[in-house]
Design a protein around this ligand. Structure first.
Ligand code: CUK
Ligand code: CUA
Length: 662
């Protein structure tokens, strides 16, 4: 606490002394800093803004970040956990990709989770994670679960935030790629997985000549059960959509609860074929001036599903497009050229859509959408979906600059939009009910802050909730170019932390964080005190796979044993600093081995690893954890099993011999 006050005092003295602000550097004489600090700032050529940024982001040892950011790990298939504002990586959660530190995919319970995500039994070893989504209660992050989609293979993962482990991967049976996921409804009734590139349902073969007739989009509403912490496919449903390449979705909230909105970008139904002399996708998809914002009444769709007006396709309940039209579940309205993003304002009154090739964001009024639907008499698209004219539902357009993509919000009536081509964050004011919050007039651009470079998504503290916080936004920049030391032609991404505490044109860049492992897309930032993970597992013998006691857990070293039944060898092993028990296992080549390991530890951070040389087995056994591995002893010889976490002074002595007789 004391140190924080000193920091704030320093900050004030620096800012007071900077007078004209500007880019002057700090000088020892004028700064008001203690002489050695001022000398250091001067020596490094710091401006007052630099000192401000340093004081805003520095975390003294042992001080914890007030926010936690969950970032997609892009094509690493993982999720990054990052402290904000220090931007320290706290963990990389294994999701779609095997990861040895967490023992995910090397013999333990993670193998089954990964296997459930195989595509028709075909092993998939990676994912392209795009949009993490925290579970919500009444439109607020509740800190219980995190969902994320795999764009590459149309899969959804469930991470339990009690232990930050992936518990479920589910393959979409009717889509082969996705994009508009994961997005939760305000009480996490459903996790929405929207499509991307159209394909015949179930990705059956069909010629591209039959695109309009046979290709489709499909949006999935995965029912989520909090008690079991699992998506329940039998209670989930899908809706067939025209093959318009639906893109980003967002669930309505508060006044628009019960609805979901998705932008789309190939209403032209271009099918590519540059090699045949056709326009390439990049031209064909952008030929028209508008695409369609998809407006879906999911609460009504749920009723239609529950009334049984569905077909079953590959085991999934599917509302056919014609049913969606007949039942009034689906509407369109035009959106400007090459739209991207569909972001609902905190109160749910408006939907903001960006435009990759349009300098505006377009703001739609939910109230006007409702009026237009109620008034009826709408024209339809070629599939028969009612299309609401733009002028009936558009609330405003704000010219922000080149390449507006995604928009987030704060608590002061500002919106923040990423400008990909401009490499900037645009801050603008929301109008209507938000007018009273912001000092400027509504629907007005107030500042463009340059970022480095080519920002994709932008994330705000508590940003997707009904009550965003307004301290920070993070720019998720695709290019870093000159920001970091040259590490060869593959460069890291650059996350930039932006201070949004000031009003008007007061956004400030605070910190650059290289992401040197993949290209994250989206991130969500939650107040750290909303998370309440286990420090150690609640009981010795806990199975993280089921979040309950493991049937083969043992609770004392006396129960450790080896039993043979024909050629099946079953081992009950205990793990405790700094030994395994038993330490000698002797089996025959060809035996089938079932090996249960229980950590008897209840001390925080006393994790043990368990690796068997040569057998591709590696587990992480956190305090209290039990896991089972099963394998055939196909190789004879002398093998060691040892602990892979430096758990104690005698960690190197934590081993055993696995002797496999020929
Ligand atoms: S998309 Cu990546 S910048 Cu997958 Cu959310 Cu817009
Ligand atoms: Cu246990 Cu090292």
């Amino acid at each position: 606490m004391m140190r924080r006050w000193i920091g704030i005092l320093l900050l004030f003295s620096v800012l007071l002394s900077s007078c004209s602000g500007g880019q002057q550097t700090v000088t020892p004489a004028s700064s008001g800093l203690p002489a050695d600090a001022a000398a250091l700032a001067a020596e490094r050529g710091f401006t007052p803004d630099d000192v401000y940024a340093a004081l805003k982001t520095y975390m003294p040892s042992g001080e914890l970040d007030p926010y936690i950011m969950f970032s997609s790990g892009g094509q690493s298939g993982q999720v990054l956990v990052i402290g904000v504002p220090s931007m320290r990586i706290l963990k990389v959660i294994a999701v779609f990709t095997p990861e040895p530190w967490q023992g995910f995919g090397f013999g333990g319970h993670g193998d089954q989770v990964l296997e459930d995500g195989y595509v028709n039994g075909y092993e998939i070893k990676w994912g392209d994670t795009h949009h993490p989504s925290l579970s919500e209660t009444n439109g607020e992050y509740d800190g219980q679960f995190l969902f994320i989609n795999d764009k590459a293979n149309a899969r959804l993962a469930v991470i339990d935030l009690r232990d930050f482990e992936t518990k479920q991967i589910i393959k979409n049976p009717n889509a082969i790629n996705d994009h508009g996921g994961a997005f939760v409804t305000p009480n996490t009734e459903y996790v929405i997985e929207g499509p991307q590139y159209a394909a015949p349902l179930g990705w059956e073969y069909a010629s591209l000549d039959d695109y309009e007739e046979k290709y489709r989009g499909v949006i999935t509403f995965w029912a989520f059960d909090r008690m079991s912490g699992r998506v329940i496919p039998d209670k989930s449903f899908q809706m067939e959509l025209p093959p318009y390449w639906q893109d980003l979705c967002d669930a309505g909230k508060k006044v628009s609860d019960g609805w979901v909105f998705c932008n789309s970008f190939n209403v032209e139904m271009a099918t590519g074929g540059i090699e045949l002399g056709n326009p390439p996708f990049e031209a064909g998809v952008s030929r028209g001036d508008t695409d369609y914002l998809h407006i879906i009444d999911w609460k009504k769709a749920e009723q239609v599903y529950q009334a049984g007006k569905v077909e079953t396709l590959n085991g999934m309940a599917l509302i056919r497009l014609q049913t969606a039209i007949d039942e009034g579940l689906l509407f369109f309205t035009p959106e400007p050229k090459s739209p991207h993003g569909a972001d609902v304002t905190p109160g749910g009154e408006f939907i903001v859509v960006g435009g990759k090739l349009d300098p505006h964001v377009t703001i739609y009024s939910f109230e006007k959408i409702q009026q237009a639907i109620a008034a009826g008499g709408l024209e339809t698209d070629s599939y028969g979906v009612p299309v609401i004219p733009l002028d009936k539902v558009m609330e405003a357009q704000v010219e922000l600059g080149l390449g507006p993509l995604h928009t987030v919000f704060d608590d002061k009536g500002y919106a923040y939009t990423s400008l990909f081509l401009d490499s900037a964050v645009a801050r603008w004011t929301l109008g209507g009910p938000y007018d009273s919050l912001n000092p400027e007039d509504g629907w007005t651009l107030v500042q463009k802050l340059p970022v480095q470079y080519n920002i994709g998504h932008i994330a705000a503290a508590e940003g997707d909730t009904a009550s965003p916080d307004g301290l920070y936004v993070v720019a998720l920049n695709k290019w870093s170019i000159d920001r970091f030391a040259n590490v060869g032609p593959l460069l890291p991404q650059n996350f930039q932390l932006v201070d949004i505490t000031g009003s008007g044109a007061q956004m400030k860049l605070l910190y650059d964080m290289p992401i040197g492992m993949a290209e994250p897309h989206y991130a969500q930032i939650i107040k750290a005190d909303k998370l309440n993970p286990f420090e150690v597992y609640p009981q010795v013998g806990w199975d993280p796979g089921t979040m309950a006691l493991h049937p083969n857990a043992i609770t004392s070293e006396d129960e450790a044993r080896v039993e043979r039944n024909g050629n099946v060898v079953e081992i009950w092993m205990t793990v405790l600093r700094s030994h395994f028990k038993p330490e000698r296992i002797e089996i025959q080549k060809g035996d089938h081995v079932i090996w249960h390991l229980t950590s008897l530890e209840q001390t925080r951070d006393a994790t043990h690893g368990f690796a068997i040389s040569g057998y591709n087995i590696n587990l992480s056994l956190e305090p209290g954890e039990t896991q089972t591995i099963e394998f055939d002893a196909v190789m004879s010889g002398t093998f060691t099993y040892y602990c892979t976490e430096f758990c104690s002074a005698l960690h190197l002595e934590m081993l055993g011999y696995l002797l496999v007789k020929p």
